[in-house]
Design a protein around this ligand. Structure first.
Ligand code: TXA
Ligand code: MG
Length: 326
């Protein structure tokens, strides 16, 4: 049964306790309702994708109560500091480089070296994040393919029976998602228009590029160069899928019982649990890539993962990681 929590001290405390315990809580922000989980808990983040029925592991926005807390996890440059000072709390999401010691689960950022962070302008959301004492990863609280919810009823229609609780903080004031701005390159790039206007942003930091640069988009569409895609992590070693045997000069990503003979091994889930496997996928690819390179191995072999439930998203990411590169 889903708990519908009231917007008061007891409701917020209950919602925070569920988050801290690894549960899923939908909560209102000024833009849309988010489906929140403890961003540092990879299993909880995997449960978000499961509840949404997402076919892909899209990178999620991490919500913080203060800019200071956000910038402890990502590296802010002068542009980020100005934007945060003037537009946070508010409907603006900044994509910035993760700090090396960033405790946010790799799955929350889809394995990328960057992380999207935002401080929402909603008293209840801020109280919840403060009370949970963890960054809260939250995509919009709708099933995949449906529109973003702006009332508790929308959330219940889509996610009842799939999440632990929803904190009723009334209808959302802005009603469209936050503006997503990529600050990882020399020129800021608008990845998604939203609640904060480009005009307001440009008045503070100068010209903002619109959309993904043409060359990058072209290279990415053919999947010829997944490393170029802004939203896809790919290891540097070649990836071989559906491995039934493994060579000593290969690293092996296993699911369930492993195979003998690999040069290195990482088990996504010894018990063949798809949620556990999802939560360890990007970590596994990174560990095997680093170990494989150190040991002079030539590829990462990956055992078959079933194409059901979260397995769909896992296989989508694995196929991208295995796509031919130049
Ligand atoms: O208003 C909002 O932004 C709402 C509330 C809940 O905060 N959240 C939301 O999340 O709309 P979601 O997951 O539906 O959209 C997140 C967007 C996606 O377009 C995703 O690709 C982009 O942010 N994004 C997240 N992390 C990224 C990253 N590291 N690099 C590039 N894009 C990123
Ligand atoms: Mg969404």
């Amino acid at each position: 049964m889903i708990e519908v929590l009231t917007d008061n001290q007891a409701g917020i405390a209950r919602a925070a306790a569920i988050l801290r315990a690894g549960g899923l809580v939908a909560f209102g922000t000024e833009t849309v309702y988010g489906l929140g989980a403890d961003a540092t808990n990879a299993r909880a983040v995997a449960a978000i994708f499961e509840a949404k029925g997402r076919p892909h592991f899209n990178p999620l926005i991490c919500h913080y109560a203060t800019a200071e807390a956000a910038f402890a996890h990502v590296r802010a440059d002068a542009r980020a500091l100005v934007l945060a000072e003037r537009l946070w709390p508010g409907p603006l999401t900044l994509v910035l480089p993760r700090r090396p010691d960033c405790p946010v689960a790799l799955l929350a950022g889809a394995g990328l070296d960057t992380l999207a962070v935002r401080v929402p302008a909603h008293a209840t959301a801020l109280a919840l994040i403060r009370s949970a004492e963890v960054p809260v990863a939250a995509p919009s609280a709708n099933r995949s393919g449906q529109v973003s919810p702006t009332t508790v009823n929308h959330v219940l229609e889509g996610l009842k029976g799939r999440i632990d609780a929803v904190l009723d903080s009334g209808p959302c004031r802005v009603g469209v998602e936050s503006t997503v701005l990529d600050l990882t390159g020399p020129r800021p790039v608008l990845l998604r228009p939203g609640g904060a206007t480009v005009e307001a942003i440009e008045a503070l930091i100068g010209p903002v590029g619109r959309g993904i640069p043409h060359a990058v988009a072209q290279a990415a569409t053919g999947l010829r160069s997944p490393g170029l895609m802004v939203s896809h992590y790919a290891p540097s070693l070649p990836v071989r899928l559906d491995a039934r045997t493994v060579a000593p000069d290969e690293a092996l990503l296993t699911f369930g019982p492993g195979l003998p003979g690999a040069g290195a091994m990482f088990n996504l889930s010894p018990t063949a649990d798809l949620a556990e496997a999802a939560s360890r996928l990007f970590e596994g690819l990174r560990v095997l890539d680093a170990t494989g390179i150190r040991l002079g191995l030539r590829a990462i072999a990956v055992m078959t993962v079933p194409d059901t439930g979260l397995g769909l998203a896992i296989n989508d990411r694995l196929r991208r990681a295995a796509a031919p590169r130049d």
